[in-house]
Design a protein around this ligand. Structure first.
Ligand code: FES
Ligand SMILES: [Fe+2]
Length: 372
């Protein structure tokens, strides 16, 4: 059984907020890409985004570009987006379909969907050349609950080890069966950690989210993960049959086999380093975070529903999407104001409140994984 603690019951040991360099320094940013984003498992996309052999999606991870595709046998694959001839970027589009393998636009070397080099024009006269020596550089890939995760480390920690605490934790939500209704991308002028820190506390909810606190009291949270890479717990939906939506009512069928208590809870988990997973009774919202610069992060937000919801005209999935699109904008705005403030010469770390204990735990995980 999990132990649930209120945010104020989790010790913060007098923690202070992070130094300005965490949010502004290119050196610090490069270190976090190297130690965190290029070594940890990242949520890349839904498995259904590459549903068929040859479908692909491209993700940018700092300086790296990764092709995620599905091979002829139906297995998900990921490769560096780098030709083995002269290094040219293979795919420019963010998604698409390979009709005849993965072909480099420069000299037309062609790779099979499993990464093997299968065509290299006019290379037969090159002494010692053997196509089998030049497959695409593979990137580790794993599937969990309908999402594909990638890991750029050459010797990654096995996904099952890294995600042991989460592997079957959300089984009752049947996440793999859910279907996306919408995806929205946001360009947020703030460091990726400010977005995590914001997600990790509801101290800001009363001033920033007046509509949200009418549905779920800002102090109702209890957490069952409060140390390490995965943090979070639930908040209470006040209204029976309610949800987080513009109307305040559920806007879909229950997402899984949920016990009664889960029908009035929203579970919020930050999954280090790039996923925020919000589990509502009637839909699931997933954010992914993609750092673009010390002061800039691309955020995707996707809303997933029980597929039977789409066939029921009494449900309007926009009720949830509009609510969170508004709430996201409120969060991004304060994150952007934070970015501006911590970039000032006047900024110095301030005291965290007892209600920000998960933000403190997040900072500790950053320090651990960055090797501070
Ligand atoms: S760089 Fe790709 S084929 Fe030459
Ligand atoms: Fe918020």
């Amino acid at each position: 059984m999990s132990t649930f603690l209120r945010a104020t019951e989790i010790p913060t040991h007098g923690a202070m907020t992070a130094p300005a360099s965490w949010f502004t320094s290119p050196v610090r940013y490069a270190r976090e890409l190297d130690r965190i984003f290029h070594r940890r498992w990242l949520c890349a996309c839904r498995s259904s985004d590459v549903a068929h052999p040859g479908d692909y999606a491209v993700r940018t991870v700092g300086t790296e570009s990764v092709i995620i595709t599905r091979d002829e046998h139906g297995a998900p694959r990921a490769f560096h987006n780098v030709c083995r001839h002269r290094g040219t970027r293979l795919c420019e589009a963010s998604r698409g379909h390979f009709d005849a393998g993965i072909q480099c636009p420069y000299h037309a070397w062609t790779y099979a969907l499993d990464g093997r080099l299968v065509g290299a024009p006019h290379m037969s006269g090159t002494e010692g050349f053997d196509r089998s020596d030049w497959p695409l550089h593979a990137v580790a890939i794993a599937e969990w609950e309908g999402w594909l995760f990638i890991n750029l480390d050459r010797e990654p920690e096995p996904f099952a080890t890294a995600f042991a605490a989460l592997i079957s934790r959300f089984a009752r939500f049947r996440l793999a069966t859910l279907v996306p209704a919408r995806r929205i991308e946001y360009d947020v002028r703030a460091n990726w950690k400010l977005i995590h820190q914001n997600y990790s506390e509801c101290y800001h909810c009363s001033p920033v989210h007046p509509a949200l606190v009418r549905l779920t009291p800002a102090t109702s949270g209890e957490n069952d993960l409060y140390e390490g890479p995965f943090l979070g717990g639930f908040m209470v939906i006040t209204q029976p049959g309610g949800s987080m939506s513009t109307s305040g009512r559920a806007c879909g069928l229950p997402v899984g086999e949920l016990p009664h208590e889960d029908l009035q809870r929203v579970y919020y988990y930050s999954i280090f380093p790039n996923m925020l997973l919000s589990l509502h009774p009637d839909y699931v919202m997933a954010h992914t975070l993609w750092p673009e610069a010390p002061d800039r992060t691309r955020v995707t937000c996707e809303w997933l529903f029980n597929p039977a919801t789409f066939a029921d005209a009494s449900f309007d999935t926009d009720d949830a999407i509009a609510f969170w699109d508004m709430t996201n904008a409120q969060d991004w705005h304060v994150c952007e104001l934070s970015q501006l403030g911590v970039s000032s010469a006047a900024y110095a770390p301030g005291p965290y409140s007892s209600r920000e204990s998960l933000s403190v735990a997040f900072d500790a995980e950053v320090r651990r994984s960055a090797g501070d």
